[in-house]
Design a protein. Structure first.
Length: 147
């Protein structure tokens, strides 16, 4: 079984620590482990940034989600839109793949289904730039959990 180097280093630190003797020791260990973690992509996007999640489960990949991911990355750079594009797992909307979840600053996430390059371009021009919804919105049946 392959264990990434960063995890092996953390595990070695845990093994080297013989015994946690106080609550302060436990807090220090927690802080050390958490400080090495990347920030959560579930958190709200930074002010002025848009977060785009391209759902890339097996059905998404088969439907062309990789191409949509690349399209969003290049188009955000070309159009000088601040934001980031993230690959995520399946959301359960296999009937509407590829699906994309877009979170504008200060707004709730919106999920678009059956996204191709033309719809992705329309999403950028109308929704991301002007806040106008376009066809293809999938009603949410979930709540986003932030960590």
């Amino acid at each position: 079984m392959y264990v990434p180097l960063s995890y092996r280093i953390r595990i070695n630190k845990l093994i080297a620590m013989k015994r946690i003797k106080s609550f302060a020791d436990l807090q220090k260990l927690r802080d050390d482990l958490v400080s090495g973690r990347k920030s959560s992509f579930n958190a709200d996007p930074a002010p002025g940034c848009v977060r785009i999640r391209v759902h890339m489960g097996t059905s998404g990949i088969a439907s062309g989600a990789g191409e949509i991911h690349s399209f969003f990355k290049t188009e955000l750079e070309k159009r000088n839109i601040q934001g980031y594009v993230i690959k995520t797992g399946d959301m359960g909307y296999s009937f509407a793949e590829p699906t994309v979840e877009i979170t504008l600053p200060g707004k709730e996430p919106v999920v678009f289904g059956n996204v191709d390059k033309f719809k992705a371009d329309e999403i950028i021009e109308k929704y991301i730039k002007n806040g106008e919804l376009v066809d293809g919105v999938i009603p949410s049946n979930y709540q986003t959990i932030t960590i």
